[in-house]
Design a protein. Sequence first.
Length: 520
Amino acid sequence: MTGKMELLSPAGSMRSLIAAVQSGADAVYFGASDFSARAGAGNFSEEEMKEAVAYCRAYDVKTHCAVNTLIKERELDAAFKTVSAAYAAGVDAVIVQDLGLAAMIRRAMPELELHASTQMTVTSTEGAAYLKERGFSRIVAARELSLDEITEITNKVDIEVEVFVHGAICMCYSGQCLMSSVLGGRSGNRGRCAQPCRLPYTLTVGGREYGSGYILSPKDMALIEHLNQLKKAGVASLKIEGRLKSPEYVSAVTGVYRKYLDMPQRVSAADMKELEDAFSRSGFTDGYLTAQTGADMMAYGDPSNNAPGVYTDAAKKRASGEILRRVPIHIFASLEIGGRLRVAAYDYDGNYAESEGCETAETARTAVRFEERLREQLSKLGQTPFIADDITVEVGDGAIIPIRDVNAARRDVCDKLLKMRTAIHRAPVREPEKRLKKQKPTQEMYLTAEAATHQQAVALINEGGIKRLYVPKKVADELGGMGGDTEIVTKTADIFRREDIKTERAIVPSVAAMQYYGEK
């Protein structure tokens, strides 16, 4: 990618969405009311999505809707309905984790962009290629990748790569942590992570205590100093984490990143302080991107936000909802004696609107420069998203109309232009594919097992009665793929790496592994 990188900001509420837009975001992402991986955020209802999309379209800001939890069979129809509502509202892309839901979307709404959630744990070219072949236009890379690993994906796979650049990171690979689910029954893959990694623990080995503290709590990520490297790497989109954060936080962080995307330069101490003041867990880390992982990445002393929560006046102003961002338009107006005011406006996206006044122009009783007054009134675009880049007026000698008629025509033409910019034109949703027919249950019952070590595997084989045995590659190699009447199946690495699997079959945990071992 050689063009500009997209700045993608979080919106956990309509206020945060407005703050993101007014602070310079190129795109925003928010959750649908159901099936969002941030269940605790202020996710958007169908009507709220329509309002959000209309607001963003007015400013040429794209919208991405997260429907990125894993979906159970009984929930599939409801999840499809949620995506259909987002599609009808006009969102530009939907972020998903569940491959079944993604397949339904691809067939029923082919013009809706599919983005692969970071919960898919895409860490390699194989994972990106698999998703590209199945209709995804973008992957949200796992947060744990280094710059070299990101570059390998962008160089080898023709798919957009979105990278998290600011905000919370996990103690485990994206999408793979089961700690909250195991300890408290709240699954991160269902949007309900309780963040047990932010709790204190004591480390003991063989009964000996080695220390206590927040030993699983990492600092937040901040890659503000690496924007040029990310651009050279071919990254398409820079993502700010924070759908649970305040509008002021969204405003502050978006504003700082916007500044350095527009004017690449050394990051000032004042701007780093603005980021730290907004939210910080004892500082920031870039350890994953630079491949310098270790103790410096962790917030051992305090896992909570120890920033003062102080925001600059500029950040607070943007978060207040005040319109600071403007869309340039051209305005043309003409007026002749005996005729009505005609006003036309057009933007740089090809939208064009016209309006006509109600009053008939008369001849002024005294000498007056009505052209200047007309231009002045047409420039007063107030609470619209527009700013007049150029105003051309043509007024016949002595022609004049009441100012209220000028104002009415200006409001009307702006309303029409805004409706054009926010209009939704979508093909109808196709019927989702019919479900696969359930197979008749087999009459044969058999036993399978999984072993972690060579000793366990041998014991299970010797026990007999095991039809299939799943073992790691090292154990499969030691067994030589032989288990007598027991079939040996290699269990591939949880986080994908290229392995030389010698058994006929493999059990795989990721889209990358499905791609790489596809012939098995």
